[in-house]
Write a protein that binds this ligand. Sequence first.
Ligand code: HEC
Ligand code: HEC
Length: 174
Amino acid sequence: MKTRFLIAALALLAGIPALTIGVATSGVAADKPAVTANATGTVGGIKVPSTNHPITLDVPAEATHREITDDQKRVRNYADQPPLIPHAIRDYQIDLNINKCLTCHDRRNTAGSQAPMLSVTHFQDRDGQTLGTVAARRYFCTQCHVPQTDAQPIVPNSFQDFDSVLGHAQGGQK
Ligand code: HEC
Ligand code: HEC
């Protein structure tokens, strides 16, 4: 029993210097000045200013892509696609207290805003009952409707709409 106690005490003592060294070195690391400029590396395949201290350098962020806000309707890729938003929606609040979108798109407000009214599907609850106001499941507009930017797709897309698929099929049969 006694020896066990002694061994435990010794192990504890041996641990203390290691602990203090750890604290000391981490203190030094924090005081280290920022790494030299132009040092770059890759972390997980992404280019970063420095491999050691990726966030200690002030590097201007890449410009964000321009939003498309030309007010032009976009063709839908299939009949029940949620139409894309052709105008800016930055800072439009949608929460328990207010839904900015409805201030223009709700039935009562379209005369003033000249915005297209929500279609009737937005007033139907899950049992198909048409309600007097927008159904809860259609309240968070940006769940389905999104604006666009001029960014090029990162992943190539070979989507063809119904008409072009039909066109190909008919062409093949001839
Ligand atoms: C200030 C009024 C206003 C507000 C607020 C507004 N919109 Fe619009 N919205 C319009 C108008 C007007 C149009 C018609 C096209 C245009 O002028 O941009 C439109 C067009 C649209 C369209 C295209 C419809 C189609 O048939 O192509 C969608 C989708 C849309 N808005 C969704 C939204 C969503 C979602 C929000 C909230 C995040 C929102 N709008 C907030 C006025 C508004
Ligand atoms: C669950 C997905 C979903 C949500 C949430 C949603 N929409 Fe839609 N929206 C659609 C789809 C799908 C269509 C096209 C088919 C249709 O009319 O139902 C559409 C159509 C529209 C249209 C075009 C109507 C027309 O007749 O041209 C407008 C405007 C619109 N939505 C605005 C809104 C606004 C504003 C909100 C938030 C209050 C909203 N939507 C919430 C899916 C959604």
